[in-house]
Write a protein that binds this ligand. Structure first.
Ligand code: NA7
Length: 554
């Protein structure tokens, strides 16, 4: 089967020809489009949503915002012009502000004419004779492209929980990752929220402000840190603009691609008094940087991690008044090994009389009915249900597309036993398919806009190399995925991430491989990418006889 040559679709005048097709108009897809256009390729970006923005288009749930003190750092780092011309308003920008930034970028970089919105790619098959990808959209359009770039997002395939009766609910059901553009009204309604990850924790206080009654269904209590959001100060923006180059230097060496220095001290170097005083200062300031500006071993040393766990548990005890609710809210996993949440008054919300917390570990959901949720211990009548139940993260969207590579082998079959890639950017058996933020790349545990730029640059340079050397195809050599998987595993083993069930390791989706799919090497990872390129794409098989470039024909 593997040596079978497939010509998958008849070519004809209705087939649109491109050098490269990018899927997804988030940070990563827009950047890839920009760079590939810049080198003169015929490129089209397809996006299912009605606008650019990717995850920031879909996640309009109340309270959605960037989770580290980021303005102006949760943005593209490559262009001084973009930094100088966009006026950030909040330290941790809201979903609406990030979306307006990406709209500004799409206009500024003149990307819109190359973007086709409201179009889902529903089929992608590699044609081994033409050495090109044949693509079909949900509108029935046929496209032939030499290169296919997946920038479909890591948190884009919503997880609808498999709860008996979920489709019987008579009220409105909304997933946080598919939030409608028009305002959702909670006033006068009995609302249920399932899930207390980042999305639940951000939205619960906002929903509680309006709803007549709110019931939160919690499976795992979380450590959450105050967001500490505030208007960005003019001097912070001025400083970022004045230190454009310095900021990029910092990001390059930072383990997480962040533009500020990280602590170099162990949490165990300080006395409990000194340590708690530092935690208190950072807690008051707010934001995820509490994890990195405090100590350098919170994610590598369990004893160090325990110190911050206990500090936050103590905060929960002091904020929440009802002792039974406190018990339900106290987390006991290794802090930050599940996605760390930030909040705006989350724990305080449980002091409100109209807010109830159901601990699903003691009182599990039995079924959803037309009128609400039935748990082991009772009925919870609801008018509206919010699913803050997360995503089939990192691999979900690509697996839904399920591209077919050499010999007609589809991705779901190829990844049947485990996820494998080379460098997190390519998959053996799938020539000329590149992923940005793919499994086994740093993706969600790195500054994503910056990581996306570096991966986008690598893909651009790779395509330029192929073009300059008259090479038609590139794909990982047989066997290179195994050492790469070991490399990913090795980096994870240096940390505490291995100890926790999380979506980083597929534990949130029934039947998904239990495999840690985030590369934690940070700068090491990007050095590896550069080394491979400098060695003329070591570990890849390069196929001669270049397919004619659509741009060359034009
Ligand atoms: P997460 O972090 O995956 O959180 C999902 C939450 O939903 C989490 O509390 C889950 O509990 C819970 N969950 C999932 N399935 C169920 C079922 N079947 N029953 C009860 N509870 C369930 O997704 P988020 O959207 O919050 O966060 C993703 C964000 O990370 C993204 O938006 C960025 O802000 C960063 P569990 O912990 O698995 O026990």
């Amino acid at each position: 089967m593997n040596d079978l040559k497939l010509r998958t679709k008849p070519s004809g005048s209705d087939v649109q020809l491109f050098d490269a097709v990018v899927i997804g108009a988030g940070f990563a897809g827009l950047y890839a489009l920009y760079r590939l256009r810049e080198m003169g390729l015929a490129v089209r970006l397809y996006e299912g949503a009605g606008g650019v923005g990717g995850t920031w288009w879909w996640n309009r749930y109340p309270g959605a915002r960037v989770d580290f003190p980021s303005a102006p750092y949760y943005s593209y780092s490559f262009s001084e012009e973009l930094l100088n011309e966009f006026e950030w308003k909040e330290r941790q920008p809201s979903q609406a502000e990030v979306l307006s930034y990406l709209d500004f970028v799409a206009d500024k970089l003149k990307l819109r004419t190359h973007i086709q919105l409201e179009t889902w790619i529903q089929d992608a098959v590699f044609d081994e004779i033409a050495q090109r990808w044949n693509i079909e959209t949900h509108l029935g359009e046929h496209i032939s492209t030499q290169f296919l770039i997946s920038a479909m997002g890591t948190l884009s395939e919503a997880n609808k929980p498999n709860i008996p009766g979920i489709d019987d609910f008579a009220g409105e059901i909304i997933h946080t990752g598919r939030w409608p553009a028009e305002e959702v009204k909670f006033a006068g309604k009995r609302v249920g929220v399932i899930g207390t990850g980042s999305s639940g924790i951000q939205s619960i206080p906002m929903i509680a402000r309006q709803a007549e009654h709110l019931t939160v269904f919690q499976r795992t209590p979380q450590y959450s840190i105050p967001a500490g959001n505030r208007p960005v100060k003019p001097e912070e923006i001025a400083d970022a603009r004045a230190n454009f180059d310095k900021r990029r230097e910092f990001m390059k060496v930072s383990p997480l691609g962040m533009p500020y220095p990280m602590s170099e001290r162990s949490a165990l170097d300080d006395s409990p008094e000194v340590r708690n005083a530092l935690y208190e200062t950072l807690w008051q300031d707010g934001g995820l940087h509490m994890l990195f500006n405090s100590y350098n071993d919170l994610l590598t040393n369990k004893a160090a991690n325990d110190t911050l766990c206990e500090f936050i548990r103590e905060k929960i005890r002091s904020i929440v008044k009802d002792p039974e609710t406190v018990k339900k809210l106290l987390p006991d996993y290794i802090l930050a090994t599940k996605r760390q949440a930030i909040d705006d008054g989350y724990f305080e919300t449980y002091n409100e009389d109209h807010v109830d917390l159901v601990d699903l570990r003691d009182d599990p959901i039995v079924k959803i009915t037309a009128d609400g949720i039935t748990t082991k211990n009772g009925e919870h009548p609801l008018d509206m249900l919010v699913l803050a139940t997360g995503y089939d993260a990192i691999t979900g969207k690509l697996l839904r597309l399920n591209p077919k590579g050499r010999g007609g082998l589809d991705l779901a079959t190829a990844w049947d036993k485990r996820f494998f890639t080379y460098l997190g950017v390519a998959i053996p058996g799938f020539p000329n398919l590149f992923m940005v933020h793919g499994p086994q790349s740093p993706s969600v545990l790195y500054n994503m806009p910056y990581g996306g730029e570096m991966e986008g640059d690598w893909i651009r340079d790779c395509i330029a190399y192929l073009r300059d050397n008259n090479i038609a195809t590139i794909e990982p050599a047989p066997g290179v995925d195994e050492p790469w998987a070991e490399n990913v595993e090795e980096a994870a083993k240096q940390t505490l991430f291995h100890g926790t069930d999380s979506w980083y390791s597929g534990a949130n989706i029934e039947g998904k491989h239990r495999q840690f799919i985030v590369h934690l090497g940070g700068p090491e990872y990007f050095k590896h990418l550069t080394d491979v390129a400098e060695k003329n794409y070591e570990g890849f098989v390069l196929g001669k006889e270049s397919a004619t470039l659509a741009s060359a024909k034009a």
